[in-house]
Design a protein around this ligand. Structure first.
Ligand SMILES: Nc1ncnc2c1ncn2[C@@H]1O[C@H](COP(=O)(O)OP(=O)(O)OP(=O)(O)O)[C@@H](O)[C@H]1O
Ligand SMILES: [Mg+2]
Length: 296
């Protein structure tokens, strides 16, 4: 069954400036899909359309449905968008936690659509809500830091708190936009493993945008590649090869890709097959002087 159905989505910001030329895409229940492609290819724009944060062009015959509910159609949000959005969890590169609040409170805020606003404003949560938040933190291996302030955690830990918040929200779909772009390799591994774990054990469908193709190969089953606002290829991960990646990113960008990398999608050592950031540290700094695909 398709949990995300995207049909005919176009997004032109002006007559000449477009992010999405025409997207048709189906994502099935329980899949963990990586959305890859060069900087500016439209990945974040597409993610924001899926959750209704951006509207497709009005004149397109577009529709986006998630878990059988319409998010938007022909450039208009569905009137029941609040309910539909509640099923979609977001994880962003910048974590989006409230720094001065405890980790536990940050996670409880994830259940906001089910908590009356006066209670959340006053910080009144029930014992059951606390139990569920602790359970979610336990799920991502962070129960022991529940009472720390969010800003006292490492980046990787904060990202796992963001995942716990989506669990608290009871999201059935998680959209993660570059969740590991600012993390070191070990934190990246833990965050990706956490996403994979909730995908496999809880059946949550995960769509994750990544600049590091080796992480896509290790943790995802399928790669949807965008180029210039359109789907360039859509493959099972073990079908990826050097040639396709060269075409997607440009020849120089993927010189270190090897066929070994493909076989390592089964969990074997990935260290020789990193087309981007051999040690991962290069991803911690934005460098706008070069195309992102060459540096990440
Ligand atoms: N609000 C906006 N106004 C005008 N153009 C925009 C806007 N948002 C995005 N774009 C353009 O749309 C295109 C796609 O942007 P998007 O952020 O979706 O790319 P991306 O694939 O996520 O890139 P990155 O890998 O750098 O995150 C880019 O050319 C971008 O400049
Ligand atoms: Mg982006």
């Amino acid at each position: 069954m398709s949990v995300i159905e995207i049909k005919g989505v176009k997004k032109y910001f002006t007559k000449e400036v477009y992010a999405l030329k025409h997207i048709d895409l189906l994502i099935n229940e329980g899949e963990m899909v990586s959305l890859i492609g060069p900087s500016g290819s439209g990945k974040s724009t597409l993610m924001r359309h899926i959750s209704g944060l951006l509207l497709a062009d009005k004149n397109s015959q577009s529709s986006i449905r998630v878990l059988g509910k319409t998010i938007q159609s022909k450039g208009k949000l569905d009137k029941d968008i609040r309910t539909s959005r509640a099923q979609i969890g977001h994880v962003f590169q910048q974590f989006n936690l409230v720094n001065r609040l405890s980790v536990l409170t940050n996670v409880m805020v994830g259940g906001l659509s089910r908590i009356p606003s006066y209670r959340s404003l006053l910080g009144w949560f029930t014992a059951e809500e606390k139990r569920l938040a602790l359970q979610a933190l336990d799920r991502v291996g962070l129960k022991n830091v529940a009472l720390k302030r969010a800003c006292d955690l490492s980046g990787g830990q904060q990202q796992r708190v963001a995942i716990a918040r989506a669990l608290m929200q009871k999201a059935n779909v998680i959209l993660a936009d570059e969740p590991i772009a600012s993390l070191d390799p070990e934190s990246s591994r833990l965050v990706m493993q956490t996403l994979k774990d909730i995908n496999e054990k809880d059946g949550i469908t995960v769509v994750v945008t990544l600049h590091q193709v080796d992480y896509a190969q290790k943790y995802c089953q399928r790669a949807v590649a965008l180029q210039d606002g359109a789907v360039f290829f859509d493959e099972q991960i073990n079908q990826l090869n050097q040639h396709k990646l060269n075409q997607l990113y440009g020849t120089q960008a993927v010189h270190s890709f090897s066929e070994d990398t493909v076989s390592s999608s089964n969990g074997m050592n990935m260290s020789n097959g990193m087309p981007y950031s051999q040690d991962g540290t290069a991803n911690t700094e934005e460098d706008h002087s070069q195309p992102r695909s060459l540096i990440n």
